[in-house]
Every structure is written in C-alpha cells, then in structure tokens.
Design a binder for this molecule. Structure first.
Ligand code: ADP
Ligand code: MG
Length: 279
C-alpha cells in the first residue's frame, strides 16, 4: 500500500552508495574516543540501521556522515566522491527536533524548500499531504511550543522527508512517541521509503524496530564506538506487523539482544568507574 497522493519527489538519479571508512573521532585529547575505526555502507535504496548502547557514539557517527563534524581520521564517500566534512548530500533529522519557535508547523515543514527557493504554491500542497498523513493538518497554524513532543518529532520528520534528499539520516525519529503510535509510524516509514526509493540510515534504541525496518543492522560497541557486527535481515518485503512473531524474526532479535546487552553492561560499568565520564 503506497501513500496515496504522496508528494512526488523527482528521482531521476538513484541514490549513490554512502560509505564511511575507518572513522575515528575523539572530542578531547587523552580521553576515550567517541568513535574508533568505524566503517559502514548504505547501498543505493537500502534501509540500514545502527544500534548500540546510549553514549556509544551513534549520533557522532551520524554527524560525521552528514558532514556536520569532521573526523580525526577516515573518510566519507558518496559514490566515488569524497564528501568528508561536507554538508548537503543527505537529509538529516537530529535526535532533538530543532523546530524554529517563531514559525508555524506548516512553515517549519517547508523550511528546507524555502531555503531552496521553492515557491509556497508548490511546497504548501506537498507539506499538507504529509501533515494529513501524520495527523498534523489541523495543527498547521500552531507554533512548536504548543505541540506535544510526539507532534514536534513528526513535524521534524516531515520536514526532512519533504526536503527530498535521496539519502535520509534519521536519528531516533520515533523515540518521543508512545508504543502504539510507534508501531504505526514504523509501517508508515516503510511505505514512505518504498515509495521514495531513498536510502535510509537509521538510529534506534529499539532492536525490534531496527529489525522490522532494515535490510541490514550494524551493532556498535560501548564507547569507544566500533562496529562490532553487521546483521543481514532477510525477511521478505513488504513487511507487515505479523512478521514480528515469525520464528526468523524472534531468532534474529534474540541474537542481536545478546550482543547489545553485553555492550550495555560494559557501558554501565565504565560509567560507574568514571562518574559522569560517559554520558
Ligand atoms: N560535542 C561534544 N563534545 C564532547 N563530547 C561529546 C560531544 N558530542 C558527544 N560527545 C560524547 O561522545 C560520546 C558519544 O556520544 P553520542 O554520539 O551522542 O552517543 P549516542 O548517540 O550513541 O548516545 C558520549 O560520551 C558523549 O558525551
Ligand atoms: Mg544519540
């Protein structure tokens, strides 16, 4: 089921393969690095997730891939182009929504298109279609301060999608939502992804969410963040919620959970050894 009336984002070119190669980043000299020798790939049209304990360097790696932080070592490439430290090649949704308080919901959502010079005559109908699907249309005239956390997050996500980049980086986009809404939104994200043909690189704490959405899942170690394991999720698509109770899904979840739990224990022990040092 594809999104009826979903704004058509012209896709004349397929997204190129995005690659991070041996990325290292330390924020302070002499301290444990945030990211160490992390390499990963997001292929054209792939849905790839990154999971790992809190504070292990996931958002840092995202910022590096998006070009917002320059790595100490390693490089980021898009196809055969070196884009290390450069912005503009991905649509990015931060963990915090960063809506502009002086803009209404509608005007926040079209912000990226405004910057590009797209007319409101074109951007408003596209924005309203998406706002309708997220149940935000009746709030289009409100300001961010009057919205719930979940609404703000959905608003930020619509803004990212509407920007139309063929590669989307989404950092825990559903974390502010309640459990039921999350499940519905996961299905919605898959619909959007398949209708856009975009590549998605996705951070989540929720292992089930990662498995349900992804073609591949990278597991990051406790700080310093390294890529410990890559799990291929070969569940058929299109996926519906029933897949969560299939034996293949349950087995994959158990396997990933073991690895992530062990890393979370390491992270917790480090925090105890070094009060305030990890968070
Ligand atoms: N700008 C920064 N300056 C100093 N330390 C930072 C900065 N950003 C992140 N860190 C530290 O780097 C580590 C990884 O953070 P982050 O990438 O946000 O982890 P995650 O997203 O996996 O929870 C944490 O210990 C965090 O405190
Ligand atoms: Mg984070």
């Amino acid at each position: 089921m594809l999104a009826a009336g979903f704004p058509s984002v012209a896709r004349t070119v397929l997204p190129s393969t995005l690659q991070a190669d041996a990325i290292c980043k330390a924020f302070q000299r002499g301290k444990v690095p945030a990211v160490e020798q992390a390499s990963l790939t997001v292929g054209s049209g792939e849905f790839v997730s990154l999971v790992g304990p809190s504070g292990c360097g996931k958002s840092t790696l995202f910022n590096i891939v998006a070009g917002l932080i320059r790595p100490d070592e390693g490089r980021v490439t898009l196809g055969d182009q070196d884009v290390t430290g450069q912005t503009g090649h991905v649509g990015y949704m931060l963990q915090r929504d960063l809506l502009l308080p002086w803009r209404t919901v509608l005007n926040n959502v079209v912000l990226g298109l405004d910057v590009r010079g797209t007319s409101r005559q074109t951007s408003y109908p596209q924005a309203r279609t998406l706002l309708g699907r997220f149940g935000l249309l009746q709030h289009e005239g409100q300001y961010p301060a009057t919205l719930s956390g979940g609404m703000r997050q959905r608003c930020a996500m619509i803004r990212t999608i509407l920007y139309g980049s063929p590669i989307l980086l989404l950092d825990e986009p559903l974390s502010a939502l309640d459990a039921q809404t999350r499940l519905l939104m996961q299905e919605w994200i898959l619909e959007v992804w398949s209708s856009l043909g975009s590549s998605v690189f996705y951070i989540t704490h929720d292992l089930e969410e990662a498995l349900f959405l992804s073609d591949r899942v990278y597991i990051m170690s406790a700080r310093p963040g390294r890529i410990l394991e890559e799990v291929r999720v070969e569940l058929p698509r299109p996926r519906t919620s029933d897949v969560r109770i299939s034996p293949e899904f349950v087995a994959l979840k158990a396997r990933i959970m073991d690895v992530v739990r062990a890393q979370a224990q390491i992270a917790l022990a480090a925090e105890t050894d070094e009060p305030g040092g990890v968070a």
